[in-house]
Ligand binder design. Structure first.
Ligand SMILES: [Zn+2]
Ligand SMILES: [Zn+2]
Ligand SMILES: [Zn+2]
Length: 445
């Protein structure tokens, strides 16, 4: 299946699948209707989407091809090769001259003149008279032989047992020999019974749009099937990449989506984590429907991947919005004072704490000039902010010490404000350690 533009993304397909998934429509059966363009149509589907019968059939076929719908043979319809109408009636015709004027009855052959005709031809005012030689027949069996029940052509006189069958089109009047009539197989369509596909569909059509909205409401730009280049040089594909520019840092969340009837294994978690790591993305969410194995869960936990499984999907997506005054981009950041920085972050939904103390993995307590925390309900985003003021250029050791603290506290997003400038060695180090550096001429009180 082409994942870049799945069939269910089509608005009409989505409507139809929505009805099938919810169970309001169970199956789509063809029904004959001579007044419609194809002569038959799908009434249940036509109630849900308003497109032409032909487009609807094409849609059903494409959904069947994608494995979303299952089709079973329903009926063979015969249609007119001239006008495509299904409104045909079968008729019997003469095998010799093709005339439709044929009669059925017991056929008698007059022994004397060899005239062959149906019984009623011989009947004349209560007597039996040969219509050819006008001799009266004494009694059946003596003057005439019965050939049994047969058909006779009134036009050419041919007597035959099996007539030719032809279809007469009630729309255009064409008479079509049996072998020339067109046939079409009509199918009944229903949602696939394959669990994986049903899960994918339910997620894609119900939860995914809500997840996208959830992230958008929190100021993220959401890119689906997004490519990102890793430090290794490899290009990785993420089911979703949520990006928000917070001015001081760019906050990215990688989202992996796993729908499978089988419990998710450790390998999928590993490869997702690997991709995110290569791309330098620290905030990771895995949406797993329906469930994952215990060891996979443990790995996700260890790698700080936020996992949402089917049972908490609804409660997570239903979380109310934290108050954000200006979500996303807005004005670019310029440092003036600590209080202005705190205000700037607050507007973006962060809680900014000055001289925040945090215990690192080593057990040591570290003090940050400022610690900004934002809880999205899905991820907790933290920014360590250091402010270094010097008479001359700020030296490498200051940057090094700041980076060390942040590392010990597992904080990935680092912002260093230097007054007035950062020395070249410090700049190189900051660059390598992905520390965002802002230089300010002075710090306001
Ligand atoms: Zn006769
Ligand atoms: Zn004939
Ligand atoms: Zn016709």
């Amino acid at each position: 299946m082409d994942i870049s533009k799945p069939v269910w993304r089509d608005e009409k397909a989505a409507k139809l699948l929505g009805a099938l998934l919810s169970g309001t429509v169970v199956e789509l059966k063809p029904q004959i209707d001579p007044d419609r363009e194809m002569g038959y149509y799908y009434p249940e589907a036509a109630k849900v989407v308003s497109i032409s019968d032909k487009e609807l059939l094409a849609l059903l076929e494409s959904l069947a091809k994608a494995g979303i719908l299952e089709r079973v043979f329903s009926e063979k319809y015969i249609y007119c090769p001239q006008c495509k109408s299904l409104n045909l009636t079968p008729g019997y015709y003469c095998v010799k001259c093709g005339s439709g004027r044929i009669v059925r009855g017991r056929v008698l052959v007059h022994t004397v003149c060899q005239y062959a005709g149906v019984e009623e031809e011989f009947s004349r005012s209560g007597k039996m008279v040969c219509p050819k030689c006008y001799q009266e027949l004494r009694s059946t069996g003596q003057d005439a032989t019965s050939l049994g029940v047969l058909r006779k052509c009134r036009d050419c006189g041919e007597v035959f047992g099996h007539p030719a069958i032809k279809w007469r089109c009630l729309k255009c009047g064409a008479v079509v020999p049996e072998e020339k009539a067109m046939e079409v197989d009509a199918y009944t369509y229903a949602l696939t019974k394959k669990e994986d596909m049903r899960l994918t569909l339910t997620f894609e059509m119900n939860h995914k749009p809500r997840l996208v909205k959830f992230l958008q409401e929190r100021g993220f730009e959401v890119h689906e099937n997004a490519k990102a280049k890793g430090r290794s040089g490899a290009e990785h594909m993420f089911d979703m990449l949520a990006v928000r520019d917070d001015g001081v840092v760019q906050h990215r969340i990688a989202v992996g989506i796993e729908n499978s009837a089988q419990e998710l294994g450790i390998d999928r978690v590993f490869s997702f984590d690997d991709k995110a790591y290569d791309c330098g993305i620290h905030d990771k969410i895995m949406v797993v429907v329906p469930t994952m194995k215990k060891e996979a869960e443990a790995l996700a936990d260890q790698q700080k991947i936020k996992v949402i499984q089917s049972w908490d999907l609804d409660s997570v997506l239903g979380l109310s919005l934290p108050q954000v005054e200006s979500p996303g981009v807005a004005e670019s950041f310029r440092f003036t004072s600590k209080s202005a920085l705190a205000e700037y972050l607050k507007k973006r939904g962060y809680e900014a704490e000055q001289y925040a103390v945090m215990r690192g993995k080593s057990g040591a307590d570290h003090t940050f000039d400022m610690l900004a925390t934002r809880d999205d309900g899905l991820t907790v985003h933290r920014i360590a902010i250091g402010i270094e003021v010097s008479d001359t250029a700020v030296k490498l050791d200051r940057v090094f010490e700041f980076d060390d603290k942040a590392y010990d506290c597992s904080i990935q997003d680092k912002v260093l404000i230097v007054v007035p400038v950062l020395g070249p060695e410090g700049k190189r180090f900051a660059d390598r350690q992905k520390i965002r550096v802002f230089e300010a001429k002075a710090i306001e009180p």
